[in-house]
Ligand binder design. Sequence first.
Ligand SMILES: [Mg+2]
Length: 188
Amino acid sequence: MKKKLLVDLDYVICHPGFLKLVNDFCGTNYEENDFTEYIIDDVIGPQEKINEFYEFYLTQDGYKDAILIEGAKETLKKLSSIYDIYLCSACVMFGAERRSAKLFKDKFEYLMREFEFLDPEKIIFTNSKNIFVADVQIDDRLPNLLGPVKTKLLFEAYHNKNISDEELQENNVKRVKSWKEIEDLLLN
Ligand SMILES: [Mg+2]
């Protein structure tokens, strides 16, 4: 029986188009590394403007301009020979929770378009990612890694650079910075 690998999408496999759409909407040039927190809505403006942004966002496909992270696809494909890969991604948008249906659709279509080796029956869309039992989990948000998984890997991203080694150690989480590192850990 293959081992189970839970893997996140956003900021682990790809950079989604969210920030580009924020920039398009606001006429700004922000880059991911301008931020240290996951939620960046504050830069859009007051709540009214944030609501307007989400109206705009819901007319766009946030995955049209998604950028694959180097090595993600190749390494996942190799891992698929020894792991059952469960793609586990949040689709309910913070701030527009009940209007998130389009994000489920856009994300699913992106996954089907880009990853022919992923099993559509092993795609999990939930914001409650810490409830699963698996052998390995890769995610960029620490709260998602606090469930009963044996090997927990925090993929380095703009918003998690300040999490201390001590905090990671306390939670039995190892930081990884690239898919090369993941390949070395899980395939060798
Ligand atoms: Mg993520």
